[in-house]
Design a protein around this ligand. Structure first.
Ligand SMILES: Nc1ncnc2c1ncn2[C@@H]1O[C@H](COP(=O)(O)OP(=O)(O)OP(=O)(O)O)[C@@H](O)[C@H]1O
Length: 251
């Protein structure tokens, strides 16, 4: 097979990726590359295929054709939990936290050691876990709320908690679907700060509609339209691209 780039240079290399739903190609022969330590944002009008790309990477949707290589390992043949184990974390649009547990307990449950059956049985709340929980809680601005029941957090704080629950598993690639939807302006700013902080040592892929936020975080932007790349590059470059302006103005 022809490769367009040398795959090994990238954390994630998507090539010729297609998914067809009853003949409709939601993602159509896509090539997309994610660098180490990169914040890569995917934008595009409704129905462009953004969420479907994340679904394909995390194994929730199976590709009709093409390849997704993560550290040169093919993900399209793997099951969802195997992909998580490879180091790919995914946050969906709605936070899936345990509302009746505290912030501390939510983070503690997500600590990798607690995930296997044997780990869960012998699990001790030792100092290693506690200090990791505190470290992550501080990163996601929840260090003073460790004992609060998650149900009582604001919408933005719930989003941060879920990001924290992913971070504690230390994924090399973190995928976030509309992380600032429904957030206040100050929460949005804090989330931008958080994402800039967590890319030290990992890559982040974000699907987002909020252009101000995209401007604040993106190292590189890919604009999708009808399952294909319309434009790619810095935010300034894609914003000035007449093709992008056309699509957003609905011509
Ligand atoms: N499982 C599925 N079965 C059939 N069609 C699907 C499926 N998943 C997505 N689609 C279709 O694929 C297209 C792309 O959807 P997707 O959710 O990826 O778009 P999006 O760019 O994330 O849009 P939005 O910004 O509205 O979330 C849409 O037309 C959608 O209806």
């Amino acid at each position: 097979m022809n490769t367009l780039n040398n795959n090994t240079d990238f954390l994630l290399a998507i090539e010729n990726l297609t998914v067809s739903f009853d003949g409709f190609k939601a993602v159509n022969d896509l090539n997309l590359y994610i660098d180490e330590n990169e914040i890569h944002v995917i934008i595009g009008p409704n129905g462009a295929g953004k969420t479907t790309v994340l679904d394909l990477i995390c194994g929730r949707t199976k590709a009709t054709d093409g390849s997704i290589k993560f550290r040169n390992k093919e993900l399209t043949a793997m099951r969802e939990h195997e992909i998580v184990r490879e180091g790919v974390g995914r946050k969906f649009q709605n936070p899936s936290i345990y509302e009746d547990l505290t912030v501390f307990e939510n983070l503690e449950l997500s600590f990798p050691r607690g995930r296997t059956v044997f780990g869960a049985l012998t699990f001790q709340r030792d100092e290693e876990v506690r200090s990791r929980v505190r470290e992550i809680a501080e990163m996601v601005f929840l260090d003073t709320l460790l004992d609060m029941q998650a149900a009582l957090l604001s919408h933005g704080q719930k989003q941060w908690l879920e990001i924290g629950m992913l971070l504690i598993q230390d994924p090399e690639l973190l995928m976030l679907d509309e992380p600032v939807a429904g957030m206040s302006v100050s929460e949005r700013k804090q989330t931008a700060k958080l994402l800039n902080e967590i890319t030290k040592g990992r890559s982040v892929m974000v699907v987002e509609h909020d252009m101000k936020f995209v401007e604040d975080i993106a190292h590189r932007v890919t604009v999708l339209h009808q399952g294909k790349i319309l434009s790619e590059g810095s935010m300034a470059k894609v914003q000035a691209d007449p093709k992008v302006i056309d699509v957003y103005l609905g011509h």
